[in-house]
Write a protein that binds this ligand. Structure first.
Ligand code: SAH
Length: 219
């Protein structure tokens, strides 16, 4: 028989999935990936009880773990396919990375805080996610040695068009990123037209921490 704690977790998760679906995250593969990813493992001890709430939560180094709805929406917008190699900028807690890893062949993820990177790596290990490749560095520059990527997701707000990252996409690749300098940014999707240009779509208003230059000096 399932323990009461397991029942409660199961129920919280079921409610979260319903909420995401009603807000437009309808891709069954994406919802399944979210369902398989225990968000409580990615939230700090202090906020474990709120892990299944549909809200962003603080993590170490003054950063945040994204709201599940935004994770679902961005993942859906990226149109990840199972043979894809995906580049993610801004590992943070590793939650979005873990969701992507359930859908893609390989996920390359870059974080500018050493502490966040180490904590995220420990979580990937614990979950047995062997298709995640991590790097401590400035994600704004991308990962040229591993390019070109099928898809790219940026989970920190880029002040303008992420030209360097767009250059590292395949000709028909897709990049999803919050773009803007203020507290509210536009979630934008760039889809390669196969001839070096991009179709650009604005999806919705979002609030992300900024994409900063260089690596963090603090741990
Ligand atoms: N996807 C994360 C959300 C992280 S918040 C999650 O699900 O938890 C954004 C992250 O981007 C922060 O951890 C921040 O340190 C990181 N970041 C900001 N600028 C960066 C850069 N230039 N290179 C790599 N990471 C960056």
């Amino acid at each position: 028989m399932a323990k009461p704690q397991q029942d409660a977790t199961h129920e919280h998760m079921a409610r979260l999935i319903l909420a995401l679906r009603s807000q437009g995250v309808t891709d069954a593969k994406v919802l399944n990936a979210i369902e398989k990813t225990p968000r409580e493992l990615f939230t700090p001890e202090l906020f474990k009880e709120r892990a299944f709430e549909d809200s962003a939560l603080p993590i170490a180094c003054g950063q945040t773990i994204s709201q599940p709805f935004i994770v679902g929406l961005m993942t859906q917008a990226l149109k990840v396919e199972k043979r894809d190699r995906v580049l993610e900028i801004g590992t943070g807690s590793g939650y979005q990375t873990a969701v992507l890893s359930r859908l893609a062949r390989l996920v390359y993820t870059i974080e500018r805080y050493r502490t966040l990177m180490k904590d995220a790596e420990a979580r990937f290990k614990l979950l047995g996610l062997t298709n995640v490749i991590t790097r401590f560095g400035d994600g704004g520059k991308g990962w040229a040695a591993q390019a070109p990527f099928d898809k790219c997701m940026v989970t920190a707000a880029a002040p303008g068009e992420p030209t360097e990252l767009l250059k590292q996409l395949k000709p028909t690749g897709v990049l999803v990123a919050p773009i803007g300098k203020g507290p509210v940014q536009t979630l934008r999707r760039y889809t390669g037209d196969g001839e070096g240009g991009f179709d650009v779509e604005d999806l919705l208003d979002v609030r992300f921490v900024p994409l900063l230059d260089g690596v963090a000096k603090e741990l």
